[in-house]
Write a protein that binds this ligand. Structure first.
Ligand SMILES: [Zn+2]
Length: 139
């Protein structure tokens, strides 16, 4: 998990789903290490000064495998996936409200109608996948 990596670093700052920290693999005056957590729980690391990820991990006493969430149970992984699907679903819902407003209240059909239909279809697919995850992993 990313917390296990972050608490070994200095000068950590979060912005959204990304973190910046001082790179432990070179003499870093200001944070140039970027970290991100992917939806499957694995961690991405990038040093803007060019250190390779392996050196960064070794500098804080960790291995490359610690970037990957093998420790996560299948259920936890499914939960991550579910949460990602849910946030995608919610953003489509917001868009659909906008399309609906443009079509019904402002009379802008055309592309809005197409986009609305696409969003509906996407959300049906998302709902199906979420339902399948819920059933399989008892989320
Ligand atoms: Zn570095």
């Amino acid at each position: 998990m990313i917390e296990a990596i972050l608490h070994r670093l200095e000068g950590v700052k979060q912005s959204g789903k990304k973190w910046m920290a001082k790179c432990p693999a070179h003499d870093d005056g200001r944070p140039s290490l970027m970290l991100s957590e992917r939806e499957d729980g694995s961690v991405g690391i990038h040093c803007f000064a060019g250190c390779d990820t392996e050196s960064v991990m070794h500098s804080i006493g960790l291995e490359m495998k610690d970037l990957f969430s093998d420790s996560l149970s299948p259920r936890d992984k499914a939960q991550y996936r579910y949460d990602a699907l849910m946030s995608e679903f919610n953003s489509h819902q917001t868009l659909m409200k906008l399309y609906k407003y443009e079509i019904e209240d402002k009379g802008f059909g055309g592309i809005n109608k197409q986009n609305y239909a696409i969003a509906i279809e996407k959300n049906i697919n998302l709902q199906n996948e979420m339902r399948a995850l819920k059933g399989k992993y008892k989320l």
